[in-house]
Ligand binder design. Structure first.
Ligand SMILES: Cc1ncc(COP(=O)(O)O)c(C=O)c1O
Length: 375
């Protein structure tokens, strides 16, 4: 079907745009020999895993369910990191994962032997205590009091013999300069241990597919770890994989006025793009401009009861009318993985736009999906 015929609300992932990102990432892998994994927390649209698996080394999971998804749908290297594993899940996680990363030495003490017996590659997440993002505590794993990773003070060299690698994740939508700064801190604090290990995982938050990202500097950082310590280098970006590769198509349901023009659309910031409220940010809307740049400015809001369910203010060439279709950009990442049915909102359908421009709905949802999560 054509893009215009898709039902709304609908997430649409454009295979061509996704592949463009994958080629950039694969180029980094080919030139450096590093391995790049899909962090499924950002993007778990497994209908695209056959395409992703052509370019990347595997999947990174946050726990059992994502690990299962990677194992079942991608079937390549499967890595898992969780801040704390559950006793009743660890056996299943070990059965389907290649790398398991522990957030503390107490978790390593608890589950390390089991992981060793299962023949898994074991890592520990470190916290290099190097904040490179100012004023973003919510997204900074190095913020004071963070629960993520072992700081140097709590590192246990006596347990080094149990592990093969170190993992850190400290960035969020950042450039290679922030990675270089972080590596300085990692080397200063943990460099003495790196010679004894096999791999290092540089986590996610690398905005590699964003225009202007300094790929040569990233590659220099990777080579620095490979050449200095003889390590296999892993990266596990989420955003960079499907950045700007997806859309959320919505329909205007009504327009009204209250000191300004308002349009209610059939998608909700709160349910379908929660990062818009959490981060917060103004999502790109195709064909629109910032407030007052075009003659007709509207506040777009969702149909839920939450007063703050406001997507943002945009200006248009023409007045909006009920039935108009609007298309939000950059809606593949941290969107469908985070959606919910608050207020009984329908979940958007999920579609793929192939290279010929043809669209195919791969999943649609209805009342049962809302009901089955309740009792
Ligand atoms: C451990 C870990 N790895 C990878 C990622 C992916 O980060 P991003 O989507 O910003 O690249 C995250 C994001 O929170 C993370 O916590």
């Amino acid at each position: 079907m054509g893009f215009e015929e898709l039902p709304t609300p609908c997430y649409v992932v454009d295979e061509e745009l996704l592949e463009k990102n994958l080629k950039i990432l694969n180029g980094v892998m080919e030139r450096t020999g590093c391995k790049i994994l899909l962090a499924q927390k950002a993007f778990s649209m497994y209908a695209t895993y056959p395409l992703i698996s052509k370019y990347l080394s595997g999947t990174a999971a946050s726990g059992l369910y994502e690990a299962r998804l990677g194992y079942e749908e991608m079937g390549k290297e499967n890595h898992v990191f969780s801040p704390a594993y559950r006793e009743d899940e660890i056996d299943e996680i070990l059965a389907i994962s290649d790398h398991i990363v522990f957030n503390s030495f107490s978790q390593l003490e608890k589950f390390g032997e089991k992981a060793q017996q299962a023949g898994k590659s074991i890592g520990v997440r470190i916290n290099p205590e190097c904040s490179t993002q100012v004023g973003h505590g919510m997204y900074d794993p190095c913020v004071a009091g963070s629960r993520f990773g072992v700081t140097l003070k709590h590192f246990r060299p006596d347990m080094l013999h149990m592990i093969s690698g170190l993992h850190f994740h400290t960035l969020c939508e950042q450039g290679a300069d922030a990675l270089a700064t972080t590596l300085d801190a990692v080397e200063e604090k943990f460099g003495q241990y790196l010679h004894e290990l096999e791999w290092i995982n540089l986590g996610g938050g690398h905005h590699i597919t964003k225009e202007g990202y300094d790929i040569p500097l990233l590659e220099a950082c990777i080579k620095r770890m490979q050449e200095t310590y003889g390590l296999v280098v892993y990266l596990e970006p989420g955003e960079a994989i499907a950045l700007n590769a997806g859309f959320l198509v919505t329909t205007v349901l009504d327009t009204l006025q209250n000191e300004m023009d308002i349009a209610i659309v059939d998608t909700s910031a709160s349910c379908h793009m929660p990062d818009v409220l959490e981060v917060p940010y103004l999502p790109p809307l195709l064909g629109s401009c910032e407030v007052n740049e075009k003659p007709y400015t509207y506040r777009l809001g969702g149909p839920t009861c939450l007063t703050g369910d406001v997507i943002g203010d945009y200006s248009f060439d023409k007045p909006l009318e009920s039935g108009d279709r609007l298309v939000f950009g950059d809606m593949a990442i941290y969107s469908m993985v985070k959606n919910n049915t608050f207020n009984g909102m329908a979940l958007p359908a999920i579609a793929i736009k192939d290279k010929s421009g043809d669209c195919r709905i791969v999943r649609s949802f209805g009342y049962q999906d809302f009901k089955e999560r309740l009792s």
